[in-house]
Write a protein that binds this ligand. Structure first.
Ligand code: GUN
Length: 295
């Protein structure tokens, strides 16, 4: 078994991005600026946004966070989006999901200027991705593709089984892996909560992508010998041996599955850091395309 080292790959990628920013600045260009909109006090969302902001600083980006309580109205949030769309100093922004139940997340995403949609969630960008046209790719699937590529894994002809149908991971992952590209050229099966006999599908997977949100859901009896296993889950479980009383774990029963597979991503240190590096890639791209702010 080999580890798909998301942490090391992400650090390498972020160093390359930082070097690119240094070059852009030296040539009189603009420092990329990412804004994160954070609604409510969800600890996981706060932690993710914190990691994104920290990564921006390391890469030489400017960053800002707009925080509001969970009682914010739809109108107020749409006004924040409109302000960011019109702010020439901001190259890209994200609205951290999930949003409170009373907010129509689709309406919020549709209000984002597609040129600043560095999450790649706007319908126009999703459409471009589906057609294989240049666009911002959603950060988590894009990070997984980079992780495969940078570990020299050739996926052509493989059977990829994706568990999950979210717009953030499952759906775009299925598009990217079935593309005529490398990585890509996979035969993709997409499973979800209504799939009958899930195990019969997972056992056929050369690449298994678990984006379920249930700790240790994928057990070794569900995995084919020699499979590549990508764990997208970030679940907090209680652990009395830790000072905090809890720890993060994935959707995969790592200790047992690792003995069976050829490659596996750890949690933490697998997909999570790659998501952040991909967001920075998108923001740098947005900044290079934004000619408004050049000083
Ligand atoms: N919530 C979980 N993942 C993501 C992501 O990639 N972007 C945003 N905006 N929210 C998320």
């Amino acid at each position: 078994m080999n580890i798909l080292d998301g942490k090391a790959t992400s650090i390498a990628l972020q160093e390359e991005i930082a070097a690119e920013v240094t070059k852009v600045i030296a040539a009189g260009g603009k420092r990329p600026h990412l804004t994160a909109v954070l609604i409510g006090m969800d600890p996981a969302s706060r932690a993710y946004v914190g990691h994104k902001v920290k990564a921006c600083a390391k890469a030489g980006f400017e960053s800002s966070t707009i925080e509001r309580g969970k009682e914010i109205s739809q109108t107020e949030l749409l006004e924040i989006v409109r302000t960011l769309n019109n702010d020439k100093s901001v190259d890209g922004f994200i609205v951290q999901l999930p949003l409170p139940d009373h907010i129509d997340a689709t309406a919020v995403i549709e209000a984002i200027d597609p040129r600043k949609d560095v999450d790649g969630f706007h319908p126009l960008n999703v459409g471009n991705m589906s057609l294989g046209l240049p666009t911002f790719l959603p950060a988590t699937p894009s990070g997984i593709m980079t992780l495969l590529k940078r570990h020299g894994i050739v996926t052509e002809g493989m059977h990829a089984v994706i568990i999950g149908r979210s717009d953030i991971v499952g759906n775009p992952m299925s598009v990217l892996l079935s593309r005529n590209s490398e990585p890509g050229n996979c035969t993709v099966t997409q499973c979800h909560s209504r799939t009958v006999d899930l195990k019969s599908h997972t056992l056929k997977a050369d690449i298994l992508i678990a984006a379920i949100g249930k700790p240790h859901f994928i057990t070794s009896d569900m995995v084919k010998e020699g499979a590549i296993v990508i764990d997208v889950g970030i679940n907090r479980i209680s652990d009395s041996t830790r000072k905090s009383g809890s720890r993060l774990t994935g959707d995969v029963d790592f200790d047992n599955v690792a003995q069976k597979c050829s490659w596996i991503t750890p949690v933490p240190g697998g997909v999570g850091p790659m998501t952040i590096a991909s967001l920075l890639e998108n923001t740098l791209q947005a900044s290079l395309q934004n000619t408004d702010g050049i000083s």
